[in-house]
Ligand binder design. Structure first.
Ligand SMILES: [Zn+2]
Length: 283
């Protein structure tokens, strides 16, 4: 089963939750990046040249609210070499939260590895897992994935999105939006049109929950590296560069669900480039 690690951000709590993880090949994941360009980042790859793609989600406790950010791969089969059976609800329970207690589910975007546990995969049909939670998605994201039958199929609409709509658990956001007075959703488009990240700020500390604005620590140094999954690779590169500059300037924490678990660290200036410095969760 996946792991969890907790960190305090001022008066709020941030918990890294691991649904699963998979080894990925940089050459196929970042299709446009030459193998030689990875040379300076060999220490961020495994001995066999692969890298670890964590499949993470976050729990935020803020002002009495229990907030889940993204819902992982979920219970349905996927074409990925997963190294753990996805078990986010059990990991959440190990962290002290049962699904019924979740007040809000924030979906950074609607790719399958962020929406999987929106619903169960039972024989009698999918049912919302977080049945007492409002599920928040950007309007632009919803529009993108519901504009045609093909896009709906790509987002597994009938399995993980339609049931939220049917149960009236869905709220659509338009741009920047406060969730609590400590947590704000900010648009970070490019990976997908309505992609959002989250800023958690409390007691003088600040953390940016990236969503899929980045997938690998090397992208701090190489923000122009856009993976094949980015819908608009030019926009995503601009968004990524601006976001990392902002994080470095503000000396904020990075919280990434796809960087190696727990995906926490800082953006450190290293010559003309930034570099990702991982930190331990417990503090
Ligand atoms: Zn993802």
């Amino acid at each position: 089963m996946g792991r969890f690690e907790q960190r305090r951000i001022g008066n709020a709590t941030l918990v890294a939750l691991q649904d699963s993880w998979a080894p990925m090949q940089p050459g196929s994941f970042f299709g446009t990046v030459e193998a030689a360009a990875w040379e300076p980042y060999r220490d961020l790859l495994e001995d066999d040249g692969s890298f670890v793609l964590n499949i993470g989600a976050w729990l935020v406790r803020s002002e009495g609210q229990t907030i889940l950010v993204d819902t992982g791969i979920g219970p349905r089969p996927v074409q990925m070499p997963l190294q753990e059976a996805p078990a986010l609800p059990a990991v959440l329970e190990a962290a002290g939260v049962v699904a019924a207690e979740v007040d809000t589910v924030l979906l950074s975007h609607l790719h399958f590895d962020h929406t999987g546990w929106n619903t169960t995969a039972e024989a009698d049909g999918p049912r919302p897992v977080f049945a007492n939670a409002r599920h928040l998605v950007q309007q632009a994201e919803w529009d993108h994935w519901t504009e045609s039958d093909a896009s709906k199929r790509a987002a597994r609409f009938d399995d993980v999105l339609g049931p939220l709509e049917d149960a009236a658990l869905l709220d659509l956001l338009d741009g920047e939006q406060p969730i609590t007075s400590e947590l704000v959703a900010i648009p970070t488009p490019g990976h997908t049109p309505g992609h959002m990240s989250f800023v958690l700020q409390s007691g003088g500390e600040r953390a940016y929950l990236l969503g899929d604005a980045a997938h690998h620590p090397a992208q701090l140094s190489e923000p122009a590296w856009s993976p094949g999954a980015d819908v608009d690779p030019v926009q995503s590169a601009e968004t990524r560069a601006a976001l990392f500059e902002r994080i470095e300037r503000e000396q904020a924490l990075i919280a990434s669900g796809h960087f190696p678990f727990p995906g926490l660290g800082r953006a450190v200036q290293d010559g003309a480039r930034l570099r990702f410095d991982a930190i331990e969760a417990s503090a």
